[in-house]
Design a protein around this ligand. Structure first.
Ligand code: ADP
Length: 240
């Protein structure tokens, strides 16, 4: 399983420092939540790890330096992310979305084949994200939560080792949140998961570890209990 080691990460936009010297270690199989007020730098940090913004410092993934690599090379090293709005192909079926993610999308045979022919990794991803019964449905008819799960499935079929998820439960019902938390726990048995989250109840229920960002820096880190008991965190969240 994969580990992420970030040292002295810094990202600036026109003189404004959005990520200001962040050190972060995510161990193999962790289910790490990144929390912090709006503007804390959470998304920018993930953008830096995935190569979307220029950054200084060091981001090592399984020992390899990622900073300075092109986005597609970082993706090829086994890192995948989702965004707050799911980006699935609405006109294609759930299965076709997964096939395309798996890199098999160009073959006509793939598009025509029957369900019994679904290759192992795609069938496993369908089962893991709970969409087997909807494999032949257009992704456009999926509920909001199911689209997020499909997107996560698209990372699983690419054999992503580190999943970076941006607010995966935003807009979900209580039951969908519960199912998503359980899904992330299952995934983290084999892969490393980092979740940007605003939903504190969801974080408390499912985080294995937490990093609190504030003004571009790591303010606090540890288990849910440790972070919640930290006076610095209480000050940022509650203003006392
Ligand atoms: P979070 O995800 O914690 O809400 P962000 O990483 O989105 O925070 O933003 C951190 C800070 O960086 C914010 O003040 C935001 O306005 C700024 N920022 C983010 N992206 C850009 C950009 N492309 N250009 C200028 N400022 C940006």
């Amino acid at each position: 399983m994969s580990e992420l080691k970030i040292r002295g990460l810094r990202v600036s936009f026109d003189g404004f420092t959005a990520v200001d010297g962040v050190d972060l270690d995510v161990s193999p199989g962790d289910l790490r939540f990144l929390i912090g007020p709006n503007g804390a730098g959470k998304t920018t940090l993930v953008d830096a790890v995935t190569g979307l913004v220029r950054a200084e410092g060091s981001v090592r993934f399984d020992g390899q330096e990622l900073l300075g690599r092109a986005v597609h090379r970082i993706a090829r090293s086994g890192i995948g992310r989702t965004f707050q709005t799911a980006t699935v192909f609405e006109e294609l079926t759930v299965l076709q979305n997964l096939d395309i993610a798996a890199g098999a999308g160009r073959s006509m045979w793939t598009m025509l084949r029957r369900r019994k022919d679904i290759p192992g990794p795609v069938a496993r991803a369908l089962a893991t994200v709970g969409l087997t019964d909807l494999a032949d449905s257009p992704a456009g008819i999926l509920a909001h939560g199911q689209k997020q799960w499909l997107e996560i499935g698209m990372l699983l079929v690419q054999d992503v080792k580190l999943l970076l998820l941006d607010e995966p439960v935003a807009g979900m019902s209580h039951d969908e949140r519960q199912a998503t938390g359980e899904l992330l726990q299952r995934i983290s048995e084999e892969r490393t998961v980092v979740v940007i989250e605003h939903d504190m109840d969801f974080m408390r229920s499912f985080a294995r570890s937490v990093s609190v960002l504030h003004a571009g820096k790591v303010l606090s880190e540890g288990t849910v209990a440790q972070v919640q008991a930290d006076p610095k965190v209480q000050e940022v969240y509650l203003g006392h």
